[in-house]
Design a protein around this ligand. Structure first.
Ligand SMILES: [Ca+2]
Length: 195
Protein backbone atom coordinates (compact mmCIF):
# COMPACT_ATOMS: atom_id res chain seq x y z
CA UNK A 1 0.00 0.00 0.00
CA UNK A 2 1.39 3.40 -0.88
CA UNK A 3 2.49 5.41 2.07
CA UNK A 4 0.41 8.45 2.86
CA UNK A 5 1.52 11.22 5.09
CA UNK A 6 0.96 14.72 6.25
CA UNK A 7 2.78 17.63 4.81
CA UNK A 8 4.68 20.14 6.81
CA UNK A 9 5.52 22.83 4.33
CA UNK A 10 3.07 24.98 6.24
CA UNK A 11 4.29 24.81 9.79
CA UNK A 12 1.02 25.95 11.30
CA UNK A 13 -0.74 22.69 10.42
CA UNK A 14 -1.91 20.81 13.47
CA UNK A 15 -2.95 17.33 14.48
CA UNK A 16 -6.55 16.52 15.37
CA UNK A 17 -7.19 16.47 19.12
CA UNK A 18 -10.33 14.99 20.67
CA UNK A 19 -11.12 14.90 24.38
CA UNK A 20 -12.44 11.73 25.93
CA UNK A 21 -14.11 11.56 29.34
CA UNK A 22 -14.72 8.19 31.00
CA UNK A 23 -16.88 7.86 34.10
CA UNK A 24 -16.55 4.44 35.66
CA UNK A 25 -15.66 2.45 38.74
CA UNK A 26 -16.46 -0.84 37.05
CA UNK A 27 -17.02 -2.42 33.68
CA UNK A 28 -15.53 -2.20 30.25
CA UNK A 29 -15.86 -0.18 27.06
CA UNK A 30 -14.88 -0.21 23.41
CA UNK A 31 -13.71 2.64 21.21
CA UNK A 32 -13.96 2.58 17.46
CA UNK A 33 -12.59 4.63 14.59
CA UNK A 34 -13.96 4.36 11.06
CA UNK A 35 -15.75 1.13 11.99
CA UNK A 36 -12.63 -0.53 13.41
CA UNK A 37 -13.17 -1.39 17.06
CA UNK A 38 -10.61 -1.78 19.81
CA UNK A 39 -10.44 -4.84 22.00
CA UNK A 40 -12.58 -4.66 25.14
CA UNK A 41 -10.97 -2.12 27.47
CA UNK A 42 -11.37 -2.39 31.25
CA UNK A 43 -12.23 0.68 33.35
CA UNK A 44 -8.86 0.19 35.07
CA UNK A 45 -6.98 0.88 31.82
CA UNK A 46 -4.03 3.23 31.93
CA UNK A 47 -3.23 5.89 29.39
CA UNK A 48 -0.51 3.66 27.94
CA UNK A 49 -2.89 0.73 27.60
CA UNK A 50 -5.50 2.82 25.78
CA UNK A 51 -2.80 4.32 23.59
CA UNK A 52 -1.76 0.80 22.61
CA UNK A 53 -5.37 -0.27 21.98
CA UNK A 54 -6.06 2.68 19.69
CA UNK A 55 -2.68 2.45 17.99
CA UNK A 56 -3.41 -1.22 17.37
CA UNK A 57 -6.36 -0.44 15.13
CA UNK A 58 -5.59 -1.26 11.51
CA UNK A 59 -6.54 2.26 10.41
CA UNK A 60 -4.72 4.19 13.13
CA UNK A 61 -0.95 4.50 13.00
CA UNK A 62 -0.48 6.43 16.17
CA UNK A 63 -2.20 8.42 18.87
CA UNK A 64 -0.77 10.34 21.80
CA UNK A 65 -2.86 10.54 24.95
CA UNK A 66 -2.44 13.24 27.55
CA UNK A 67 -4.23 13.03 30.88
CA UNK A 68 -5.76 16.19 32.27
CA UNK A 69 -4.79 15.05 35.77
CA UNK A 70 -1.00 14.72 35.87
CA UNK A 71 -1.24 12.77 39.12
CA UNK A 72 -3.03 9.87 37.47
CA UNK A 73 -2.38 7.69 34.47
CA UNK A 74 -5.85 6.18 34.58
CA UNK A 75 -8.36 6.70 31.81
CA UNK A 76 -11.56 6.36 33.87
CA UNK A 77 -12.59 7.62 37.28
CA UNK A 78 -15.58 8.08 39.59
CA UNK A 79 -17.79 11.16 39.88
CA UNK A 80 -17.17 13.42 36.92
CA UNK A 81 -14.74 10.86 35.55
CA UNK A 82 -11.38 11.57 34.02
CA UNK A 83 -10.63 13.37 30.78
CA UNK A 84 -7.74 12.88 28.45
CA UNK A 85 -6.72 14.42 25.17
CA UNK A 86 -6.39 12.08 22.19
CA UNK A 87 -4.04 13.49 19.56
CA UNK A 88 -4.06 11.71 16.18
CA UNK A 89 -0.47 11.51 14.96
CA UNK A 90 -1.52 9.43 11.95
CA UNK A 91 -3.84 9.48 10.15
CA UNK A 92 -3.59 13.24 9.89
CA UNK A 93 -6.12 15.79 8.77
CA UNK A 94 -9.71 16.21 9.90
CA UNK A 95 -10.54 12.72 11.13
CA UNK A 96 -13.91 11.39 12.32
CA UNK A 97 -14.84 11.52 15.98
CA UNK A 98 -14.07 8.42 18.00
CA UNK A 99 -17.14 6.31 18.64
CA UNK A 100 -17.65 4.22 21.75
CA UNK A 101 -19.69 1.40 23.14
CA UNK A 102 -20.37 1.06 26.86
CA UNK A 103 -19.99 -2.38 28.38
CA UNK A 104 -20.52 -1.72 32.07
CA UNK A 105 -18.87 1.68 32.50
CA UNK A 106 -21.14 4.56 33.57
CA UNK A 107 -20.49 6.96 30.72
CA UNK A 108 -18.12 8.02 28.00
CA UNK A 109 -18.17 11.36 26.23
CA UNK A 110 -16.01 12.38 23.29
CA UNK A 111 -15.68 16.07 22.45
CA UNK A 112 -14.21 17.09 19.14
CA UNK A 113 -13.82 20.43 17.42
CA UNK A 114 -17.51 20.56 16.55
CA UNK A 115 -18.69 19.99 20.12
CA UNK A 116 -20.30 22.89 21.95
CA UNK A 117 -17.97 24.64 24.34
CA UNK A 118 -18.74 24.81 28.02
CA UNK A 119 -18.13 22.68 31.04
CA UNK A 120 -14.74 21.48 32.11
CA UNK A 121 -13.89 19.69 28.89
CA UNK A 122 -11.88 21.71 26.40
CA UNK A 123 -13.05 21.86 22.81
CA UNK A 124 -11.05 19.71 20.45
CA UNK A 125 -8.80 20.76 17.61
CA UNK A 126 -9.58 20.03 13.99
CA UNK A 127 -6.65 18.37 12.28
CA UNK A 128 -5.42 20.39 9.32
CA UNK A 129 -2.46 18.42 8.06
CA UNK A 130 -2.56 17.11 4.54
CA UNK A 131 -3.21 13.44 4.09
CA UNK A 132 -2.11 12.59 0.59
CA UNK A 133 -0.39 9.76 -1.12
CA UNK A 134 3.35 10.33 -0.80
CA UNK A 135 2.40 13.58 0.99
CA UNK A 136 1.75 15.14 -2.42
CA UNK A 137 5.55 15.37 -2.82
CA UNK A 138 6.33 12.25 -4.72
CA UNK A 139 5.05 9.67 -7.14
CA UNK A 140 3.85 6.27 -6.07
CA UNK A 141 5.68 3.39 -7.69
CA UNK A 142 2.75 0.97 -7.59
CA UNK A 143 4.87 -2.02 -8.54
CA UNK A 144 7.27 -1.45 -5.68
CA UNK A 145 4.54 -0.03 -3.44
CA UNK A 146 6.84 2.80 -2.49
CA UNK A 147 7.07 6.54 -2.91
CA UNK A 148 9.64 8.12 -5.19
CA UNK A 149 10.05 11.57 -3.70
CA UNK A 150 10.41 14.79 -5.65
CA UNK A 151 13.67 16.65 -5.21
CA UNK A 152 13.92 18.18 -1.78
CA UNK A 153 11.60 15.79 0.00
CA UNK A 154 12.34 12.60 1.86
CA UNK A 155 11.24 10.09 4.41
CA UNK A 156 9.55 11.54 7.49
CA UNK A 157 8.58 10.39 10.94
CA UNK A 158 4.99 11.45 10.27
CA UNK A 159 5.45 14.58 12.35
CA UNK A 160 7.65 16.67 10.11
CA UNK A 161 11.03 15.32 11.17
CA UNK A 162 13.15 12.76 9.34
CA UNK A 163 12.05 9.18 9.84
CA UNK A 164 11.42 5.81 8.29
CA UNK A 165 7.90 6.25 6.90
CA UNK A 166 9.13 6.60 3.30
CA UNK A 167 6.31 9.10 2.73
CA UNK A 168 8.13 12.14 1.27
CA UNK A 169 6.77 14.12 4.22
CA UNK A 170 10.14 15.47 5.31
CA UNK A 171 11.42 18.68 3.74
CA UNK A 172 15.14 18.48 3.17
CA UNK A 173 17.43 21.44 3.29
CA UNK A 174 20.41 21.61 1.02
CA UNK A 175 23.72 22.72 2.39
CA UNK A 176 25.87 21.46 -0.44
CA UNK A 177 26.75 18.36 1.55
CA UNK A 178 24.54 15.65 2.90
CA UNK A 179 23.68 16.03 6.54
CA UNK A 180 22.89 13.02 8.70
CA UNK A 181 19.17 13.21 7.93
CA UNK A 182 19.70 13.34 4.19
CA UNK A 183 22.20 10.50 4.37
CA UNK A 184 19.68 8.44 6.31
CA UNK A 185 17.00 9.15 3.71
CA UNK A 186 19.38 8.36 0.88
CA UNK A 187 20.22 5.09 2.57
CA UNK A 188 16.53 4.22 2.42
CA UNK A 189 16.65 4.70 -1.34
CA UNK A 190 14.43 7.73 -1.38
CA UNK A 191 14.82 11.43 -1.81
CA UNK A 192 16.21 11.16 -5.35
CA UNK A 193 18.28 14.20 -6.10
CA UNK A 194 19.67 14.47 -2.61
CA UNK A 195 23.16 13.88 -3.93
CA1 LIG B 1 -12.49 15.72 13.07
Amino acid sequence: MPVVGGGWVTKTQVNEVQHLTCVATQGYFYLSFRRESTVRIPHTATKAELEAALGGLRNVDGVKLTTADPASDLVCGPGAGRTLAVEFLAPTGDVPTLAYQLDGVDDIVVYDHDSPSGGATPVGTRGTKEYKECSGRGMCDRVAGACVCFDGFGSSNGQGGPGDRADCGYTMYYTGRLNDQQSAAAALGIGAGAV
